[in-house]
Design a protein around this ligand. Structure first.
Ligand SMILES: Cc1cc2nc3c(=O)[nH]c(=O)nc-3n(C[C@H](O)[C@H](O)[C@H](O)COP(=O)(O)OP(=O)(O)OC[C@H]3O[C@@H](n4cnc5c(N)ncnc54)[C@H](O)[C@@H]3O)c2cc1C
Length: 269
């Protein structure tokens, strides 16, 4: 395991409700903040003395010198327990874990495509890319406007395009439909100078991969599965690798260790 990964009791210092059942938690931890990279995640023990033994993974959303934030939606037992936590509570956290986004010098602009809580890793990535002077387009989609998470930083530093499935804000439809429309109308998004990044539901990532193949852009995606140990031991988070050819035997990648960020060419979405 990477020696920079730590397991510690971390104090929850700020809780913000940012939408219906959606929370932004800020934790104090210099050790995790210091070695975190955009696209990595932390693994939280949320057990309240009941039967939840497996940790729950959350992307690093924003990171400062001595703190980090996670953005999450309540979807089940673990996140329900988390939503009851208060500033001053401490949680057992392991991190930072996984392989994050690659942000080489080879591209001048970034287009990020987020579905729902898939926006979570992007504020941290946006900050890193803006420091390198790169332009950032953010395509943000959700079911409805209550599920759109839009911190000030996202509206200030990026060119934002919004979509909601019910049309309550922005383009009416799926975020990938809006991306395709922009690819057709705004040819500047094409060519080797742009790097796409995606995070969201699997169907959205699969469509983004199809668009990457059709419009020939390079694209990294952050993949979510249910995780067990988070360190490559239990092998519970295996996802099929993209087959090299029709005769090659099936191979798998571990989301927790080989990912969660992959180039779309590496995995079978
Ligand atoms: C690397 C990584 C980063 C993640 N980052 C975030 C984040 O930043 N914000 C956020 O809100 N969520 C994130 N998730 C998903 C989050 O971990 C799950 O929503 C959470 O574990 C659910 O826990 P629970 O006990 O509340 O729900 P459970 O009771 O465990 O499950 C409730 C429902 O959610 C489904 N589910 C559970 N875990 C996952 C999962 N990992 N992926 C897809 N479906 C799942 C279950 O099948 C079930 O339908 C991330 C997942 C991974 C793997």
């Amino acid at each position: 395991m990477d020696p920079r990964v730590v397991q510690e009791k971390v104090e929850l210092v700020r809780v913000s409700g940012v939408g219906r059942g959606i929370y932004l938690f800020r934790f104090r931890s210099t050790l995790i903040a210091r070695s975190a990279w955009p696209g990595q995640f932390v693994h939280l023990r949320v057990d309240d003395g009941s039967s939840l033994t497996l940790r729950r993974p959350f992307s690093l959303c924003q990171v400062g010198r001595s703190w980090f934030e996670i953005l999450f939606k309540v979807v089940g037992r673990g996140t329900e327990i988390m939503a009851r936590k208060k500033p001053g509570d401490s949680l057992d956290i392991l991190g930072p874990l996984g392989r994050g986004f690659s942000v080489g010098e080879s591209f001048s602009g970034a287009a990020m495509v987020a579905g729902g809580m898939g926006v979570a890793p992007f504020p941290f990535l946006i900050r890193a890319l803006r420091r390198q002077g790169k332009r950032v387009f953010l395509f943000l989609g959700a079911k409805n406007q209550d599920e759109l998470y839009l911190p000030d930083q996202l509206t200030k530093d990026v060119t934002l395009s919004l979509a909601t499935e019910d049309g309550s804000r922005g383009f009416k439809g799926l975020i990938t439909q809006l991306v395709e429309k922009k690819l057709r109308d705004q040819k500047e998004l094409l060519g080797g100078k742009w790097q796409f990044f995606g995070c969201g539901p699997r169907a959205m990532l699969a469509r983004l991969k199809e668009l990457a193949l059709t419009y020939k852009f390079s694209c990294q995606v952050s993949v979510e599965t249910q995780l067990g140990c988070g360190m490559g031991v239990c092998q519970g988070c295996a996802v099929p690798a993209a087959p090299r050819d029709e005769t090659s035997s099936p191979k798998y990648h571990l989301v927790c260790q080989d990912g969660p960020v992959f180039d779309v060419s590496e995995i079978d979405l």
